[in-house]
Design a protein around this ligand. Structure first.
Ligand code: GLA
Length: 483
């Protein structure tokens, strides 16, 4: 394992810039203290002389929301808010994990071919998801696997759209691979972990795991799916990304999970209807909206005209869907309308809104492509406008915003944001604001005063508003230091 002391890690070999790549200079002393404290508690708790540090960042998404599960692109970045952990291998098949914050307690379980989940909502299910995924796909065969001790500490706000859960999944996967002497290409690992995280019940896409693993300091990463491809683009120095938490938590409880999964189901149903339409015209079938050709998304207008030919704008009942897709209800539920726990996904009161959801996804796809070009050509005003348009579509078409997030965006726009929008799954959580650094101070004050003080009457707004720095992706620290 390691041959460095904790102090050597924190200093790094001469010339090593690993901490400056990840954290802001002014935060480094506090970060060093944080690493030391976690290390000390880890040593006492594990009784282990051996250790390695590991880090997994949160992410914000600049643009491209609810597109990933359709295999359409996203444009996120890994950030300095992160989870760090210390771990050591064990000689047995036990996995022992503890949150540095004693309030969250400790969990353990034994490695096996089928690891039973804790009750829904337990944080340790993210640990199990990673381990189970690597075992199931025989990267680490169950019979040979050894366990580990892991203590971690998170600075990613939970249930806030910054991927605190996926960061924990990725962190665990890196640890489990390391103690079992396995290596994996980061893209393959991102793909595997996107599948693995469905263990917890969400029918999500692959953005979070890819952004967390493949992030690069100073850059935003455009990610395309199936096959996974990434391209990094520097963010101009004169702008900063501010995160403002709405304070509305959106934990992946059954209710929020249903809201999220409903969008995923509606998009897959939309793809199925479009596929039938294409086949009837003698064109190739599609599985995902992302399989459509450019003429479906390249201009917002194109998406509207094309979609209106195929989909009606109001809701579909299950009965109607069965008729169009030529399946019975059992088949419909088995293929599309299901939950992880085996129950059928019910028909929403207003029906499944396929047109609205597909319209959001196709126009958002177009916005991601346009925003990439805008960034490349340093057209930040255009980039910001696209962020604003994205928020509008998230609110009106995908319906994933909430009054608090909308209020934050209105205040942002009134106070000179280049662009601002909700980030992540939505239904609460954080907003991101692209702001010229010259305006940073007055902008912060405006949000504090108008949103946290006046609108929410929330005294601790200062803690909910912070700027983020694009950082490197997740790694066992040794790798970052040696880079
Ligand atoms: C969550 C999911 C992602 C993605 C976003 C919305 O973060 O985990 O896969 O769908 O929501 O863009």
């Amino acid at each position: 394992m390691n041959n460095r002391t904790i102090t050597e890690y924190l200093t790094g070999p001469e010339g090593s810039e690993w901490m400056s790549r990840i954290y802001r200079e002014e935060d480094i002393p506090a970060q060093k203290e944080r690493y030391k404290q976690i290390f000390e508690r880890f040593s006492q708790w594990s009784g282990s002389e051996k250790f390695l540090p590991v880090r997994s960042p949160g992410r914000i998404n600049l643009i491209g929301e609810h597109t990933d599960y359709n295999h359409c692109p996203v444009f996120p970045m890994a950030v300095d808010r992160d989870i760090i952990g210390f771990f050591s291998p064990r000689n047995d098949r036990k996995v022992r994990i503890a949150d540095f914050n004693p309030a969250f307690g400790e969990r353990d379980f034994f490695l096996s071919r089928q690891i039973q989940p804790h009750p829904g909502g337990d944080w340790a299910n993210y640990i199990k998801a990673a381990v189970q995924g690597l075992i199931e796909e025989t990267v680490v065969p169950a019979e040979e696997a050894v366990g580990f001790n892991l203590m971690f500490h998170s600075q990613i706000p939970p249930a806030a759209g910054m991927s605190s859960s996926s960061a924990l999944v990725v962190l665990t996967a890196l640890v489990f691979l390391h103690v079992n002497n396995r290596r994996m290409d980061k893209k393959d690992l991102a793909d595997l972990l996107a599948r693995a995280e469905r263990y917890t019940g969400t029918q999500g896409g692959g953005m979070d795991q890819a952004a967390i693993l493949l992030g690069e300091a100073g850059k935003a990463v455009k990610i395309d799916f199936a096959p996974l491809k990434t391209a990094s683009f520097p963010l101009p120095e004169r702008f900063e990304i501010l995160v403002a938490h709405s304070t509305v938590e959106a934990p992946k409880t059954r209710e929020v999970m249903d809201k999220y999964n409903r969008r995923s189901i509606e998009c897959r149903l939309a793809a199925a209807l479009i596929s039938r339409f294409l086949e009837e015209k003698g064109q190739p079938a599609i599985n995902f909206l992302g399989d459509l050709s450019g003429s479906w998304y390249e201009s917002g207008k194109g998406a509207k005209t094309k979609l209106q030919e195929v989909l009606k704008t109001d809701g579909y009942s299950k009965e109607e869907l069965c008729r169009i897709l030529k399946v019975n209800e059992k088949e419909l539920n088995r293929k599309w309308c299901y939950r992880k726990d085996g129950t059928d996904f019910p028909e929403p009161e207003e029906g499944f809104l396929l047109y609205k959801r597909a319209f959001h996804v196709l126009t958002e796809w177009n916005r991601v492509e346009d925003s990439k070009n805008a960034l490349l050509e340093n057209r930040i005003t255009d980039f910001g406008r696209l962020m604003n348009e994205s928020h509008g579509s998230c609110r009106d078409n995908h319906e994933i915003s909430c009054p608090e997030l909308d209020k934050l965006i209105t205040i942002g726009n009134e106070n000179g944001a280049e662009g601002c929008r909700l980030t992540g799954a939505g239904f609460g959580g954080c907003s991101v604001h692209l702001v010229n650094k010259d305006k940073g101070e007055t902008y912060r004050k405006a949000l504090l005063e108008e949103y946290y003080n006046k609108y929410l009457n929330y005294p601790e707004g200062g803690k909910m508003l912070f700027s983020v720095k694009p950082s490197d992706g997740a790694a066992i620290l040794e790798e970052l230091i040696n880079e």
